[in-house]
Design a protein around this ligand. Structure first.
Ligand SMILES: *[C@@H]1O[C@H](CO)[C@@H](O)[C@H](O)[C@H]1NC(C)=O
Ligand SMILES: *[C@@H]1O[C@H](CO)[C@@H](O)[C@H](O)[C@H]1NC(C)=O
Ligand SMILES: *[C@@H]1O[C@H](CO)[C@@H](O)[C@H](O)[C@H]1NC(C)=O
Ligand SMILES: *[C@@H]1O[C@H](CO)[C@@H](O)[C@H](O)[C@H]1NC(C)=O
Ligand SMILES: *[C@@H]1O[C@H](CO)[C@@H](O)[C@H](O)[C@H]1NC(C)=O
Ligand SMILES: *[C@@H]1O[C@H](CO)[C@@H](O)[C@H](O)[C@H]1NC(C)=O
Ligand SMILES: *[C@@H]1O[C@H](CO)[C@@H](O)[C@H](O)[C@H]1NC(C)=O
Ligand SMILES: *[C@@H]1O[C@H](CO)[C@@H](O)[C@H](O)[C@H]1NC(C)=O
Ligand SMILES: *[C@@H]1O[C@H](CO)[C@@H](O)[C@H](O)[C@H]1NC(C)=O
Ligand SMILES: *[C@@H]1O[C@H](CO)[C@@H](O)[C@H](O)[C@H]1NC(C)=O
Ligand SMILES: *[C@@H]1O[C@H](CO)[C@@H](O)[C@H](O)[C@H]1NC(C)=O
Ligand SMILES: *[C@@H]1O[C@H](CO)[C@@H](O)[C@H](O)[C@H]1NC(C)=O
Length: 397
């Protein structure tokens, strides 16, 4: 067989990005219900830089990862699909807009000539308005599926009483005592580790007095303990467990993105989904990426990105390879593995994960035992296959 594809560019890419720097984000440790937060100018810059970085990778004809046939300067809105969670005060949604400004910068190529001969360029030197599908958290749980999910709360309880967790809490005890003067009035219980980390991180970035007073190792220690905490919260013993829900509700759209990109008659080439950190943890776990790279078992930094690159292998079959950059300060866009392989056929990716996915809001309601909120009240719970067998993940951890 003639290998015609190895030098060709990509078929497309599915990008998952985390929002940029923001103010404090408190998550109730018993529910992961979250208070609102706002993006900062630093956060917008981080996203803009990420967009520029992705532009160099995927929209620059000289790049080995150039997407074949994509309109690279003037956006073709049929080739690009963007969705972002619109919860809170739009930290994630605004991040998507900033990223897009770097991905498709303003261009005079969009200028038009009027009947009277006058040349008109759009505002801000030809700003390009790329449509963003804003996913309303109250109506569509897919990008924030762990919130308002009773079975997830059961999972939290189970996680907090597991042996590994209690051991880690004991190990962290001296740190938690020492950090108490630096976390305002929030609890220094290990169950509250996310909020401790977030407080230290946000203050360290934004408050000069605080940054000077904080003992030098504390920020990194808080990050480390929070990595452990969040990894345990957002993974589960089995891929179909409710601890993995953050990626189980994201996968269906990734599957259909792959389907649409690989369908020759479909113009779609680049998909961006802007989210918070939680789905990344579950994604790296259910794809076994953490086996080859154990250091990615934790919280991804602001403006981190995962790219699922689609190309044809030497047999002409569409396959995926996964790359990761852990935020603005990470210079490395590293190749990860999925189930030990750097390249996986689309059909194998889907068949590995199809049994884990939560495809619809109704399935989410059932998988969470949520009977009222987020549109669940319209479903008939007497047909709920999950109710009688009990919570979908295995107890005892
Ligand atoms: C979640 O938190 C928000 C803000 O803190 C609050 O307004 C809301 O009532 C909470 N929702 C639930 C179901 O606890
Ligand atoms: C979790 O545990 C607390 C006590 O630690 C209990 O009050 C609460 O009802 C439990 N929640 C769930 C959803 O099991
Ligand atoms: C901490 O203080 C803030 C205001 O200073 C208050 O809104 C919040 O409820 C307090 N939290 C706790 C856990 O006491
Ligand atoms: C920490 O929080 C857990 C769960 O809310 C609770 O069971 C435990 O007693 C708390 N520990 C301390 C030392 O307050
Ligand atoms: C900055 O940090 C100092 C020292 O911890 C604290 O007293 C002050 O309230 C902080 N400022 C803000 C705006 O949070
Ligand atoms: C294309 O996307 C649409 C909407 O997301 C989806 O319904 C459809 O199944 C996708 N097509 C393929 C071939 O995956
Ligand atoms: C996924 O997470 C579970 C629960 O934390 C863990 O037992 C399992 O080893 C992880 N899988 C991989 C491939 O790291
Ligand atoms: C990202 O970087 C931070 C800080 O450097 C680190 O603590 C964290 O574990 C990293 N996360 C991943 C998923 O690699
Ligand atoms: C994924 O990793 C787990 C160990 O955590 C292993 O049992 C399983 O076989 C791996 N799956 C594949 C498809 O390689
Ligand atoms: C990974 O590669 C191995 C060895 O080439 C192969 O047997 C396996 O099917 C691949 N797994 C996936 C999910 O592609
Ligand atoms: C959800 O979608 C996947 C992939 O398309 C499919 O394999 C699975 O059967 C669907 N699940 C349900 C419950 O319909
Ligand atoms: C599911 O929710 C219903 C209604 O809120 C409640 O009565 C039932 O106990 C819950 N089931 C489980 C297994 O938690």
């Amino acid at each position: 067989m003639v290998n015609i594809s190895s030098t060709a560019g990509l078929l497309g890419v599915v990008i998952i990005a985390r929002h940029g720097d923001r103010l404090g984000y408190y998550q109730d440790p018993c529910t992961y219900n979250a208070t609102q937060s706002r993006i900062t100018p630093l956060g917008s810059v981080q996203e803009f830089e990420l967009g520029s970085f992705l532009r160099l990778q995927y929209l620059t004809p000289e790049s080995p990862s150039f997407i074949e046939g994509i309109s690279s300067d003037l956006v073709d809105v049929n080739q690009v699909l963007v969705r972002a969670d619109s919860g809170g005060e739009n930290v994630v949604l605004n991040s998507a807009y900033s990223l897009l400004q770097g991905l498709y910068p303003a261009t005079t190529e969009s200028s038009i000539t009027l009947s009277n001969g006058k040349l008109v360029t759009g505002p801000l030197g030809g700003y390009q308005y790329v449509p963003v599908e804003s996913v309303d958290v109250n109506e569509i749980p897919s990008l924030t599926s762990w919130q308002l999910c009773p079975y997830f709360q059961t999972h939290l309880n189970r996680t907090y009483t597991s042996t590994a967790f209690l051991q880690k809490a004991q190990e962290a005890a001296p740190f938690l005592e020492a950090v108490k003067p630096y976390i305002g009035n929030i609890s220094n219980n290990f169950t509250n580790m996310w909020n401790i980390f977030d407080y230290v991180n946000v203050q360290s970035i934004h408050n000069k007095t605080y940054a000077e007073e904080l003992p030098p190792t504390f920020a990194a220690q808080a990050y480390d303990y929070a990595n452990f905490h969040e990894y345990n919260v957002f993974t589960d013993y089995v891929s179909i467990g409710v601890g993995e829900i953050g990626v189980r509700t994201l996968l269906p759209s990734i599957f259909s993105d792959f389907g649409n990109i690989t369908e020759k008659s479909n113009p779609l080439k680049l998909v961006l989904t802007e989210v918070d950190y939680q789905p990344f943890i579950s994604l790296f776990n259910v794809t076994n990426a953490t086996l080859t790279d154990p250091d990615i078992a934790g919280i991804v930094d602001y403006a981190a990105v995962v790219a699922l690159e689609l190309s044809e292998n030497s047999d002409g079959q569409p396959s995926i390879s996964m790359k990761f950059k852990n935020g603005t300060n990470d210079q490395d866009f590293r190749q990860l593995t999925m189930w030990g392989n750097t390249s996986v056929l689309v059909e194998d990716f889907v068949s590995q994960l199809a049994s884990t996915t939560i495809n619809t809001t109704q399935e989410w309601c059932f998988s969470c035992n949520q009977t009222i909120l987020r549109g669940c009240s319209i479903y008939n719970f007497s047909t709920d296959p999950f109710l009688n067998p009990g919570p979908p993940s295995k107890p005892g951890k």
